[in-house]
Design a protein around this ligand. Structure first.
Ligand code: FES
Length: 329
């Protein structure tokens, strides 16, 4: 596992309610030392313990200081966590167990959603808690003197977080949306139709929003290199998922994978040690060779040609179409 590296032990300095469901945590080095620097789009892996079982969660680092080098050696990290009462318990643990003074084990900053701050006329699209890396991107683009626009949507205006800081950075280049209430709803097809395919897109939000942005942008001529995205949660299980069996040739094991479980989680439950990182089908770290069987690819990292060849798969999200897969794992 790549993300078990516990490199920092930080103390929670402050806990701030941003909305009814989103709380910000400010973390510092216990001795007050400067923290490792980070670039816009980076996240921290934070060790949580829902139900007393240690697990890791990824939270984007927030920076709204639009000065150059604001995040080169920060005195504190800011993360914001949306409470999900129906999730796997990590956000609930953060909301209920973490107080000022709590010690948290974290990784150093990791960036899988890097911004090209030479990008001009970029379009930043945030859905819900996906606003956290987008704020940092707005700050970095402001620091670099680049043009950009921010489109930020939530279910309800009350659930829009960090708006004042975004407004201070982006001014009239910030547009807010909400599904309910007086703000307009975000119409992605209208938004994308009004852009030029030369404008880089950076999107962070739920899977439905990311899927729609990708489909609309590809249909209108964007290249993969100009669309950057990050999901803020693992994809939800599909109601049509079925159980199947996976034979792991290297380890000589055959595992049953139930409908509500991924191959990766079945391997972890069997005390195997697969490599993984994002658990969202984005990073490619969990990829394994497929020796036999038909794969239902659900990742965001393989090309169409790679999917068609069917020789590899991302075990954190993709499943079997049939009753059995044989993997070189
Ligand atoms: S862990 Fe990142 S793609 Fe599977």
């Amino acid at each position: 596992m790549t993300h078990a590296d516990k490199t920092l032990e930080l103390v929670v300095e402050d806990v701030i309610a941003l909305t009814d469901s989103i709380t910000e945590f400010r973390l510092r080095d216990p001795a007050g030392k400067a923290l490792p620097g980070f670039a816009a789009g980076a996240h921290l892996r934070v060790q949580v313990a829902p139900g007393g079982i240690a697990a890791w969660r990824h939270y984007s680092l927030v920076n709204s200081d639009g000065r150059a080098d604001a995040t080169a050696a920060p005195s504190a990290y800011r993360i914001a966590v949306r409470r999900d009462d129906h999730g796997q318990g990590g956000s609930l643990w953060m909301h209920t167990q973490v107080k000022p003074g709590t010690r948290l084990a974290t990784s150093a900053p990791v960036n899988a959603f890097a911004l090209d701050d030479r990008a001009d006329d970029a379009v930043l699209i945030a859905g819900g808690i996906g606003v956290t890396p987008i704020v940092s991107m707005a700050a970095a683009l402001s620091a670099a003197g680049r043009r950009y626009r921010v489109h930020y949507s939530a279910r309800h205006p009350d659930q829009l977080a960090l708006v004042d800081e975004l407004m201070a950075l982006a001014g009239s280049n910030l547009t807010l949306y909400a599904d309910q209430g007086p703000l307009p709803a975000l119409e992605l097809d209208t938004l994308i139709a009004g852009l030029a395919p030369t404008q880089p897109i950076y999107a962070c939000g739920p899977a439905g929003m990311i899927d729609a942005v990708l489909a609309l942008a590809w249909a209108r001529g964007w290249t993969r290199d100009d669309i950057h995205f990050e999901l803020f949660s693992a994809p939800a299980p599909d109601a049509s998922d079925r159980a199947f069996e996976v034979e792991l040739r290297q380890s000589g094991r055959v595992l049953a994978v139930p409908a509500g479980q991924t191959i990766l989680d079945a391997m972890l439950a069997a005390e195997l040690d697969p490599l993984y990182d994002c658990k969202r089908g984005e990073c490619g770290v969990c990829q394994v060779p497929v020796l036999a069987g038909d794969v239902d690819h659900r990742d965001y990292c393989l090309s169409e040609a790679e999917r068609g060849a069917g020789n590899v798969m991302q075990i954190c999200v993709s499943r079997a179409r049939g009753a059995r897969l044989v993997l070189d794992a």
